[in-house]
Design a protein around this ligand. Sequence first.
Ligand SMILES: C[S@@+](CC[C@H](N)C(=O)[O-])C[C@H]1O[C@@H](n2cnc3c(N)ncnc32)[C@H](O)[C@@H]1O
Length: 208
Amino acid sequence: MEPRDTATRYDQIARWWQSQHQNSSYGIAQLKRAIQFTAQRYLALDVGCGSSGRFINVLLQHGFEAEGLDISREMIQLAKEQHPGTTFYTEDICCWIPPKSYSLISAWDSTFHLPLNQQEPVTKKLCNALEPGGVLIFTCGGGSINGEISGSFQGQDFDYSTLGVDAFLQILTEQHCTCRHLEYDQYPENHVYIIAQKCDRSTSTTPN
Ligand SMILES: C[S@@+](CC[C@H](N)C(=O)[O-])C[C@H]1O[C@@H](n2cnc3c(N)ncnc32)[C@H](O)[C@@H]1O
């Protein structure tokens, strides 16, 4: 499914998403775990932020200046009502060129909707948008190999894709990011979240 079609479907359920998730703790402990790894707390970006503003709330509470990005116009419209002072981008993460560097980037249950051929370039893009020592947290399908599945949610059909855990870890390594945490947090569901940290040149050691 193309990202534009994913957006149309999320537009239909944006208000439902907001009412269901505004006070949801889903993913919040995991986000707080990622925040613990951050060396500095300047700018943070929530990719596929949805309409509830829940990740933005936590980021603001922890001292970040937070931004949100989502491809769904309806999601962003509702998110802006929650956080009128926050910068939001109505963009497809596949096409968006990050204009800034971030201390933390979250992509909770969003990039798993990308077409399979976009998983690698988008993962690289997010790694490259981190400042030195910056932290990325994202969810993915936890298989060993790449794959695509479809499913129905709130009456809408959605597609999901994954490169497989090993391939994601390889990309992170190639982009000078170290995996700090990987967990099948809904086992036996095939849902994984990964926390990775960009090499901080100021603290990395060089062999003699
Ligand atoms: C399952 S919801 C998760 C929302 C939010 N992260 C949360 O946990 O409450 C997935 C979100 O990802 C967004 N999304 C999906 N594909 C996207 C893309 N290509 N670019 C930006 N956002 C995307 C959807 O519009 C939707 O708001």
